[in-house]
Write a protein that binds this ligand. Structure first.
Ligand SMILES: [Zn+2]
Length: 190
């Protein structure tokens, strides 16, 4: 699977499990196995049942609409806010494990899918209340979302390797075509 973890936030990485959003979308969380694999890559080893896949997709789409609305300074939907809130309520408390030798270790509480989803919901809550700039990759055939944390808030691409270099190559080719294949037109036109 072509997982990408370039959203800059885990809630945006979840959003990016729907790819090609510009062209109707391509679902990567196709079933429970795919979801479990994606979660494992994100550091969460929990069991997933088939009926839970639609729950995850619904949260993902709510987070997408919410983060886009906040970024675009539009009013978010009350239903999306409510879904994020009910999901975050299952945030697991950490606990202590006391070993036979008397040592203590922290046990994180993310043992069920619900508690993992709560972690994503809390991440989304923290993100949308921090005046984020969430962008959609500028490549017309990409659609990946990412948090723009660049100093001038002017990042365009999800990653240079995936989209930035392709776009630069296309622009270079277009400039050369415009200037009649002459390499002279390739530079200094900005
Ligand atoms: Zn991209």
């Amino acid at each position: 699977m072509e997982w990408v973890f370039e959203g800059g936030r885990r809630c945006l990485d979840l959003v990016n499990t729907m790819r090609d959003r510009h062209t109707g979308g391509r679902e990567l969380l196709v079933d429970a196995d795919a979801l479990a694999e994606w979660l494992r890559h994100g550091g969460f080893a929990v069991d997933v049942e088939e009926h839970q896949v639609s729950t995850v997709r619904a949260l993902r789409e709510a987070i997408d609409r919410l983060t886009r609305a906040v970024s675009d300074r539009c009013p978010p939907s009350a239903a999306d806010v409510a879904l994020v809130n009910t999901t975050s309520a299952a945030i697991p408390a950490p606990s202590l494990h006391l070993a036979d030798d008397g040592s203590l270790t922290l046990v994180s509480g993310e043992r069920t899918l619900d508690s993992v989803l709560a972690v994503f919901a809390v991440d989304a809550i923290e993100l949308v209340t921090a005046s984020p700039v969430v962008r959609v990759c500028a490549a017309a055939d990409c659609g990946i979302r990412f948090l723009d944390a660049s100093p001038k808030r002017n990042r365009q691409w999800c990653s240079m390797a995936r989209c930035g270099n392709r776009a630069k190559a296309r622009a270079h080719y277009a400039r050369r075509k415009l200037s009649g294949e002459s390499p002279r037109g390739g530079a200094g036109t900005r």
